[in-house]
Ligand binder design. Structure first.
Ligand code: UDX
Length: 402
């Protein structure tokens, strides 16, 4: 089967890489020329563990291009372009434009929407293109994207002849939900909103723990998570959720529901609780730091990625700068320069620079520096260190000593 993938961001590249590694003939297209040049030279435009090994493997049959012309002979074309949030609403223009470009050249293919889109989008694209459109949302986490695509918990496909796409993913041996376009589209939003709500819920309980002597959110979450009805995943209290999906998707589904005169109160509260995390962290820092010279560990929106989209850490750094803090920062993969802050070359340099250390991203690597932080003032916003080992420790969800 001849496959095309439009949009070579995290989702498109991983989809294209995994399918070509499984033996499919894949053409990947992106409008960004730099990206295509990098890929043609066997270099990845993003950091994603394990992706380079599969996408540039001799086993993979994949061709990268800027030209929609190259999609003329494709039977199945995945669309994995961005669906950004504009004024809290989803902007579908990239999906619409990509679909129109495809249909102007290829009248025989099936379009598969892999981007996250509000219910009704597939039908809309069908109307615009006269092509069959199948919905196939992805559920991969950045940093684990290759593993998640090879071993997904489930495959969700929706629309007429959706089995064709379910069959493409059959090698994963994962259970498949074959349904309508609209159900498939909503499953993605409901899943992401639920996970985001779980995070905001545990962050609220963490706020409570901080007021109760002897309480620790880590123990409370562990005790909750052992109940299989609750589950232990996504119960890690911290600085809140960031990234390219949760912040955008929660807002998009809330405003989509509003357009249908339905209020998603819980989702809206989850967004509000998440928005408050930065101020909450600022208060912790103001109360605990010895002065205004501060070292921040982590810039990525979470561990194992170079992505800073909606990164809580980045927002916190900007807020610190706004409040006249002198910020030094370090991230193992993000090399972005932040205006009015100093980028350290190593974690050791960053820790040595100041008495006050803030942990803002949950990189497990930072645990290796626990010993050299023992005598510092540590504000652990991701609860990755052992609080008993640090003399001056303040952590999210950790109550006063009883
Ligand atoms: C998410 C979904 O997990 C994935 O299924 C979907 O397809 C895309 O969106 P991703 O954005 O890559 O994936 O990251 P994820 O691992 O879900 O983390 C999102 C954010 O929540 C991060 O900022 C992370 O730090 C935060 N988080 C996650 C917590 O604060 N606590 C947790 O327990 C889990």
């Amino acid at each position: 089967m001849k496959i095309g993938v439009v949009g070579l961001g995290y989702v498109g590249l991983v989809t294209a890489g995994v399918l070509s590694f499984q033996g499919y003939d894949v053409i990947g297209i992106d409008i960004d020329e730099n990206k295509i040049n990098l890929l043609k030279n066997k270099r990845l435009p993003i950091y994603e563990p394990g992706l380079s090994e599969i996408i540039f493997s001799d086993k993979s049959k994949i061709y990268f291009t800027n030209s929609y012309e190259d999609l003329r002979d494709r039977e199945i074309i995945f669309i994995a372009v961005p669906t950004p949030s504009v004024n809290n609403e989803i902007d579908l223009s990239y999906v619409v434009n990509a679909s129109k470009s495809i249909s102007s050249l290829n009248k025989n293919c099936t379009i598969v929407i892999r981007s996250t889109v509000v219910p009704g989008t597939a039908k809309k694209v069908m109307g615009l293109t006269n092509l069959n459109v199948i919905s196939n949302p992805e559920f991969m986490r950045e940093g684990n994207a290759v593993y998640d695509t090879l071993h997904p918990d489930r495959i969700v496909v929706g629309g007429k002849n959706a089995e064709i796409v379910a069959n493409i993913w059959r090698f994963t041996n994962s259970p498949a939900i074959i349904t309508t376009n609209e159900n498939a589209e909503l499953i993605k939003y409901a899943s992401n909103s639920f996970l985001a709500t779980k995070i905001s819920f545990i962050n609220e309980i963490a706020n409570l723990c901080e007021k109760i002597p002897g309480c620790d959110i880590e123990i409370v979450a562990k005790g909750m998570g052992l109940d299989p009805r609750i589950g232990d995943k996504f119960l890690k209290a911290g600085l809140g959720f960031g990234g390219s999906c949760f912040p955008k998707d929660t807002k998009a589904i809330a405003s989509f529901a509003e357009s249908l005169k339905v209020e998603l109160k819980i989702v809206k509260d989850a967004i509000e609780v998440n928005d408050e995390r930065i101020q909450h962290a600022m208060e912790m820092i103001k109360e605990s730091a010895a002065n205004k010279d501060i070292s921040v560990l982590g810039v990525a929106f979470k561990e194992n990625t170079d992505d800073v989209r909606e990164s809580r850490s980045l927002l916190l750094i900007k807020e610190l700068i706004k409040n006249d803090y002198n910020v030094s920062y370090y991230d193992p993969v993000v090399k972005e320069e932040i205006e009015n802050a100093y980028r350290c070359k190593t974690a050791e340099e960053c820790i040595a620079k100041n008495e006050n250390i803030v942990i803002a991203t949950e990189w497990p690597l930072f645990r290796e520096y626990e010993r050299i932080m023992e005598n510092k003032i540590v504000i652990d916003l991701r609860r990755i260190l052992d609080h008993k080992k640090i003399k001056n420790y303040r952590g999210v969800g950790l109550g006063p000593k009883s």
